[in-house]
Design a protein around this ligand. Structure first.
Ligand code: FAD
Length: 320
């Protein structure tokens, strides 16, 4: 079923979902099942699987010269999605990027997942790779997520790049896109970012999933601004429980989101990461309960493979 159909069928009840990362290359898919199994009792409506493009590394050769090598650290998004749908019967939502994909690669990726019975995707631009200062699209690829959404919508209407596919059946993807309650790091202002978010929705995005936030008021203000600007699709809040002290600096640095002062002070006072984890879990439980009370369609957890943490939260929030 499509993500937006899950939301419609829930009749206002808040759904549970989460995101997982493919395991590091060389590891076993069992680690994915081990992360999902404890969360199945909360009936996830869907499970997102992130996509990780290849990175470039400079490796010293025997002759002393540096050679640029391609490394893909977390392959397997498509295979994991297929395995999830087969094993659990839960809708899997692969993320797909502009970065690293030509338009032909995108078409082939979408044909693959369509064959596997996957009908949900989150369309993203992706970040710059480590060797770039700014994001660079692939040759004959897309520069912005909006352009990727347009290509998916065209396929949903039976228009393929490969003209020999002209009479093929249309795909039927439900499309999610990213939204940023505290604005995307490259956007000049939140208003500009919402302007571009609206373009993604006008291009055909069916729903929005937000970047993590730790102050619910930021999400409520974001929703109000989106609605005022004419964005009417569901906006799913993304939630991440803090579990280590180092995340106090890592999260604002990497994701450009603020942490509320009360949370920072409580974590700074904690004597070890065991205590930090308790504070992070309790904070996330309070956030979740408040979001649920205020009608969030889905609570979407960035689990990062820490299912015991998400389980603790879901046990409190999704009791019935
Ligand atoms: P876009 O919507 O294309 O926006 C990028 C920037 O360009 C924004 O600042 C926007 O305001 C601006 N912009 C948009 N259109 C225009 C235009 N026409 N002209 C000028 N400026 C414009 N990354 C991964 O690598 N893998 C993942 O699986 C992944 N999953 C994610 C899931 C979620 C829910 C979120 C919130 C992020 C995820 N990311 C992932 C990170 C994401 O790829 C980055 O945040 C990326 O920098 C932006 O992607 P986007 O789709 O929001 O880009």
């Amino acid at each position: 079923m499509k993500v937006t159909e899950h939301i419609q069928n829930a009749n206002g009840k808040t759904l549970f979902s989460f995101e997982i990362l493919p395991p590091l290359k060389g590891q076993n898919i069992q680690s994915i099942f081990d992360a999902i199994d404890p969360l199945m009792e909360f009936n996830p409506a869907f499970i997102d699987v992130t996509y990780h493009r290849e990175e470039y590394e400079y490796v010293e050769r025997e002759d002393g010269l540096l050679e640029k090598r391609v490394v893909k650290k977390r392959p397997g998004t498509v295979g994991i999605c297929a395995a999830i749908q087969n094993k659990y019967g839960v809708d899997a939502v692969p993320h797909i990027l502009c970065g690293g994909f030509s338009k032909e690669d995108t078409e082939n990726f979408l044909i693959d997942i369509d064959f596997l019975g996957i009908h949900n995707v989150v369309a993203l631009r992706g970040d710059a790779v480590k060797t770039e200062t700014y994001f660079k699209p692939e040759k004959n690829g897309h520069a912005f997520a909006k352009d990727l959404v347009e290509q998916i919508v065209k396929m949903n209407h039976g228009t393929y790049l490969d003209e020999s596919l002209e009479n093929s059946a249309c795909t039927d993807f439900n499309i999610g896109v990213a939204g940023y309650p505290e604005k995307h790091m490259e956007a000049a202002s939140l208003e500009q970012d919402i302007y571009h978010l609206k373009k993604k929705v006008e291009a055909g995005a069916d729903y929005i999933v937000t970047q993590m936030f730790f102050d619910n008021q930021k999400y409520y203000d974001f929703i109000e601004k989106c609605r005022t600007s004419g964005i009417n699709v569901p906006i799913i809040p993304g939630l991440k429980p803090i579990t280590t002290k180092s995340q106090l600096s890592m999260i604002p640095h990497r994701f450009k989101v603020d942490l509320p002062n009360d949370l920072v002070i409580a974590i700074a006072k904690a004597k070890d990461n065991k205590e930090v984890k308790e504070i992070g879990i309790n904070w996330c439980i309070q956030q979740s309960k408040d979001l649920m009370k205020n009608g969030a369609p889905v609570l979407h957890y960035y689990s990062m493979g820490k299912s015991e943490v998400v389980k603790r939260i879901a046990s409190e929030v999704f009791k019935d």
